[in-house]
Design a protein around this ligand. Structure first.
Ligand SMILES: C[S@@+](CC[C@H](N)C(=O)[O-])C[C@H]1O[C@@H](n2cnc3c(N)ncnc32)[C@H](O)[C@@H]1O
Length: 437
């Protein structure tokens, strides 16, 4: 056991399995410290290759694997040193060991004290599955570490694994269905246009219905074709009406305009800070341009409902080439959409709500909208809407998604200003938009 200076410790949310700290536990520990209670040592690990505070360079750090509540209580009481044990005696390369660090941290937090909630475990499993693109961690291994059944792990991560098994052909088919020209697909895949055309024309998925009749589920079928789940669903539902698609997706039918969907549909879009619900996208219109596309719910939904889509975000990813890199800075007046859209689905950061998460993808020169001051944030919208209006058709609808509550799944804060008595309906916004207000 070692005695460590508290100020030298780092708490790293990306390898710590809890999404929330319990203030109640911290208070109880702080009270116990006051009357001289002894606590077991926290668990730490020295690492190198760790991103510094600005994210520009790497540095050495000592990160907490277990005992964050104890660490907080010691800090609160102004105690400068804390007993700690090291997991591995030698420093580890942080970049190469993120998954083992997260798993060790989850394991410690699974077996004692404030146990991890199922939601925390699910986040850990999904984080690991997303990072572990080579699928080195089996469902069995994750189940054992997190103390849940293999079946539970399967429900939590099957969509991620299906996407990881996606092959290049299915990416080409996805892009083509979203309206990309063969020329543009050839450009980003480095293939000839002829080869792209061949892949699109030879795609044959007629067995999907046979596989379904044989009792296979959609995850199995996606894996069979090495496709992601959204594309597999899109092919299965091809040619059906929107209403039939709603029914088959289990979304039910709604003929009114107040939407209240509590959960994301994990079949569509990736796990993403402030990922929204696919059903909202579908209610919002005909064709599309997802303007800050994040986890890809808009393109996935367009794929399902056979709409064309151009999607943009400052965080672009290899697995989702349909989300093109674009940094919105309306003062530069750059509008990346090549065809005037029928619908603009604009889902920017909700002020500073996910500031930390988005900033990992941004930097000083290309700031995330979530880092703006309130004044700049409001100005951003003024400029963006003016730019969008300039580049839209008279009939273009704008769907603008924003949130006014502090965290997802929590009710709205008690109002300080008079609130709208009913939810803002996108159609109202659309009417104002058309009227140029
Ligand atoms: C609310 S999220 C979008 C979530 C997405 N609709 C989904 O369901 O996954 C906001 C997105 O805005 C992106 N973003 C923030 N500032 C940006 C900027 N200046 N230009 C482009 N994208 C930006 C973030 O990377 C983030 O993915």
């Amino acid at each position: 056991m070692k005695i460590i200076k508290i100020k030298n410790l780092s708490w790293d949310p990306s390898i710590y399995p809890r999404t929330t700290k319990s203030q109640q536990t911290i208070n109880a520990y702080a009270e116990a410290l006051e009357i001289g209670a002894q606590f077991p040592p926290i668990k730490i690990q020295r690492v190198f290759n760790y991103p510094d505070a600005d994210g520009n360079k790497t540095t050495l750090a000592t990160i907490i694997l277990d005992g964050n509540h104890r660490y907080e209580a010691f800090q609160e009481k102004g105690i400068e040193e804390i007993p700690a044990i090291e997991w591995k005696e030698h420093p580890l390369d942080y970049e190469k060991n993120k998954i083992p660090l997260l798993l060790e941290s989850a394991k410690c937090n699974t077996i004692h004290g404030d146990r991890l909630t199922p939601n925390d475990k699910k986040r850990v499993a999904r984080d690991i599955a997303s990072t572990d693109t080579e699928c080195n961690y089996t469902e069995e291994a994750l189940a054992e570490k997190l103390g849940v059944t293999r079946q539970t792990i399967n429900t939590w991560i099957s969509d991620i694994r299906a996407r990881q098994r996606t092959n290049r052909n299915s990416i080409i088919i996805r892009l083509s269905r979203l309206g990309w020209t063969q020329e543009k697909i050839a450009e980003i895949t480095g293939m000839t246009q002829g080869r792209v055309a061949q892949i699109i024309n030879n795609a044959n998925f007629c067995e999907i219905n046979n596989l379904l009749t044989q009792g296979h589920n959609m995850e199995y079928i996606a894996a069979h074709y090495q496709m992601d789940l959204a594309l597999t669903w899109a092919i299965r539902l091809q040619g059906k009406t929107d209403q039939e698609k709603f029914k088959e997706l289990g979304w039910g039918l709604r003929t009114w305009d107040q939407w209240n969907f509590n959960e994301c549909d994990e079949r569509f879009g990736d796990d993403w800070p402030a990922r929204h619900r696919s059903r909202i996208d579908v209610r919002s219109g005909e064709a599309d341009g997802g303007q800050v596309a994040g986890g890809g719910v808009v393109p996935d939904t367009c794929l399902l409902f056979e709409r064309k889509c151009q999607a943009f975000d400052l965080a672009s990813r290899d697995k989702r080439p349909e989300i093109e890199y674009h940094h919105w800075d309306p003062q530069k007046e750059t509008w990346p959409v090549t065809k005037k859209p029928d619908l603009i689905f604009f889902d920017p950061p909700y002020y500073t709500k996910k500031k930390k998460e988005y900033e990992q993808k941004a930097n000083k020169d290309i700031p995330s909208i979530s880092s703006y001051t309130k004044k700049d944030y409001t100005q951003f919208f003024k400029d963006f809407f003016t730019l969008a209006h300039k580049n839209a058709k008279p009939t273009t609808t704008l769907a603008f998604l924003n949130a006014d509550w502090p965290a997802r799944h929590l009710p709205a804060m008690p109002p300080r200003l008079p609130r709208l008595s009913k939810p803002v309906c996108l159609e109202d916004i659309a009417d104002r938009w058309r009227a140029g207000i």
